[in-house]
Write a protein that binds this ligand. Structure first.
Ligand code: NAP
Length: 300
């Protein structure tokens, strides 16, 4: 099943439901991808098989087992691309993520393991397999820029420093985790209009990682990297919150950076619904209802 020279290999992580599944559905329906190999990433094969059935098992969509929180699973996945798909990749959509309360250090670590560390490791390991003009899309959230907006000026400047390295970013993350344990987040400048949660924090650091990797990789095989907010969509992640839109629209927001010509996009930047947004901006939806809904759903 090695990919031919003209066939693209496209991987979407966490694609057995929600927005990721809608991205796959759009690939499967569009004639532009007929000739490509679409890998439906799923950590659980049974859930992946059910998703494939929902799509009527299109011939160009293949199940791809990958738990992004596990370095072992990431190694297996990289080997699979090497041995089964000709060692090439054209588009990587890092969509898998979890949400949890993150009130304890363990919860925060668990969340960051999937939402940040796993994504970073997968990008690092797959980068060598990306072909000329490859694209990496890190699915983020507006919760990232909204959260960064509330941080102290000093802290925000650290994150936005154009010379920040991944090692320095990782140290900031470890300091954040330690500060949860010692109740010191505010002292470090972690303040925000929206609740300070490790989920929102994970999206801040995914956006910053996107900038750093775009800088590191620019000029190498013309690979570009973008962060994208799919918008507020009705999925399991937010307990299908009222007022949220269809995950299909979220998929469109992601597909914008996949399909728009490279010269119309800015490498390393953050996009939502086809519009480049700043790395930090004031919340532009009413979060009160969402927070109330999530709290109620957790209790029931
Ligand atoms: P979802 O319906 O909960 O889907 C999340 C997907 O990620 C599921 O397929 C889940 O698999 C998978 N996943 C979780 N942990 C994984 C792991 N360790 N390895 C592999 N797969 C894993 O959520 P969604 O709303 O579609 O979210 C998709 C992306 O959009 C996420 O990055 C999320 O942060 C972002 N986002 C969503 C919204 C929103 O309003 N929904 C807003 C902004 C950003 P299982 O089925 O096995 O759990």
């Amino acid at each position: 099943m090695s990919a031919t020279k003209n066939q693209r290999v496209i991987l979407v992580t966490g694609a057995n439901k929600g927005i990721g599944l809608e991205v796959i559905r759009k690939f499967a329906k569009s004639s532009s991808y007929n000739n490509d190999i679409i890998l439906l990433g799923t950590r659980d094969l049974k859930r992946g098989q059910d998703a494939l059935k929902q799509l009527d098992s299109p011939l160009n969509v293949h199940l791809f087992q990958l738990d992004t929180s596990s370095s072992e699973s990431i190694s297996h996945a990289v080997d699979e691309i090497k041995h089964k798909y000709g060692g090439q990749l054209d588009i990587l959509i890092n969509n898998a993520a979890i949400w949890n309360e993150g009130s304890t250090v363990n919860e925060a670590r668990e969340l960051l393991q999937t939402n940040y560390y796993g994504l970073k490791l997968l990008n690092e390991q797959l980068f060598p397999l990306l072909r000329e003009n490859g694209r990496v899309v890190n699915v983020s959230s507006s919760a990232g820029p909204w959260t960064l907006y509330g941080y102290s000026n000093e802290l925000r400047e650290k994150y936005l420093s154009p010379s920040l390295t991944i090692e320095e970013l990782d140290r900031l993350i470890e300091d954040y985790i330690s500060a949860i344990e010692t109740y010191n987040l505010k002292t470090l400048g972690y303040e925000s209009e929206i609740p300070i949660s490790p989920y929102s924090f994970s999206k801040v650091v995914v956006d910053i990682l996107t900038r750093i990797q775009a800088r590191q990789w620019s000029g190498k095989k013309n690979i570009t990297t973008y962060a994208v907010c799919p918008g507020f969509c009705s999925t399991d992640l937010n307990y299908r919150a009222p007022g949220s839109r269809s995950p299909e629209l979220g998929a469109d927001s992601i597909l914008y950076v996949v399909e728009t010509p490279q010269n119309e996009l800015e490498n390393g930047e953050f996009y939502r619904d086809g519009i480049k947004k700043p790395q930090s901006f004031q919340p532009d939806i009413d979060l009160g209802n969402l927070i109330e809904h999530v709290n109620k759903s957790k209790q029931s």
